[in-house]
Design a protein around this ligand. Sequence first.
Ligand SMILES: Nc1ncnc2c1ncn2[C@@H]1O[C@H](COP(=O)(O)OP(=O)(O)O)[C@@H](O)[C@H]1O
Ligand SMILES: O=P(O)(O)OC[C@H]1O[C@](O)(COP(=O)(O)O)[C@@H](O)[C@@H]1O
Ligand SMILES: [Mg+2]
Length: 345
Amino acid sequence: MRIGVLCSGGDSPGMNAAIRGAVLRGVEVHGFEMVGFMDGWRGFHDGDTVPLDRLAVRGISPLGGVMLGTSRVPPFPDGVATPEALAAVRARMTELGIDAFLLIGGNGTQTVAQMLDDAGIPVVGVPKTIDNDLGGTDYTFGFDTAVSVAAEAIDRLRTTGESHRRCMVLEVMGRDAGWIALHAGMAGGAQLILLPEFPESVEQICEWVLSVRDRGRSSLVVVAEGFRPAGEADVVTRAGLDGFGRPRLGGVAEVLAPRIEERTGIETRATVLGHVQRGGSPTAFDRVLATRTGIAAADAANDGAWGTMAGLHGDRVELVPLEEAVGALKTVPAARYEEARLSFG
Ligand SMILES: Nc1ncnc2c1ncn2[C@@H]1O[C@H](COP(=O)(O)OP(=O)(O)O)[C@@H](O)[C@H]1O
Ligand SMILES: O=P(O)(O)OC[C@H]1O[C@](O)(COP(=O)(O)O)[C@@H](O)[C@@H]1O
Ligand SMILES: [Mg+2]
């Protein structure tokens, strides 16, 4: 069997380790031939491929980014899986000699995987995203790395914030899910953690900041990029669209900081952590999770378990139907927020 591997969506630390796991198991154990498509669906459309064998994946587990590149180029014209578009994918697979796909990506990519599976095209999903917002898995690789980077940023902001008696606002990624903010905030002992799932009013935020000051401390506020204050209509977005035509999130910290300063009289600074969270070497946890996920995906292909994704459940990597992964965004549940909120202020 000849399997095509491609990455789609934002990169996530651990993608190289996942490719290595899949190749070592797929080529060395199951005897597959494997090829990688460069830059996601762009490589598939253009026939830009690289052979994936033991040599190609040597030493890549500790490396950040992804050796194949990734993109938000759509698999189908206008992103719609029409019968013609699916026939074109099948024709291209035949031209390239590809029997099946191993798709490494987040909720968008696994939605595409499901479309292919529905059309009878053999596909197995490998979940990745720093946002941890994908169903069917407890954690996605990349999340632990992003949380570690954000927690270190909190530690650093805290010393400068305390020295100047300032309120420091740190914005982290996550789109519509607050997982990075929740975990980094808890790890760093933030006084306030603001999540997209649980809007809070600016009045309430400022009350917490003032109560921290009254206790003789300086506030460290972690805000997820998708947060919007209670009663306010829109999330903050940046100019331009992403590769899939969606608004780019980001900038809420820069909007919130002056409002906190104005209401509390406490000097306030904003930091937007941005892509630093996604860059660099994966943590050991992410390398192990990614490697095991890649291995499980190769085993799934060997077993013909098409239409599944390799997800983490407790300490086991198990196959779940793709619809379980993409059915609904995995957001922070109320109980997890309440746990953190009890120590705000
Ligand atoms: N509903 C959809 N229909 C068709 N294509 C989609 C759909 N969702 C995502 N895609 C394609 O998959 C790509 C990856 O999805 P995206 O959400 O950007 O990243 P991720 O897979 O990390 O969630 C998109 O850029 C787009 O080309
Ligand atoms: O790389 P870009 O296009 O700026 O995208 C930024 C977005 O990608 C992410 O880092 C990861 O998102 P995906 O998992 O959907 O790729 C989000 O947290 C963030 O909003
Ligand atoms: Mg996504």
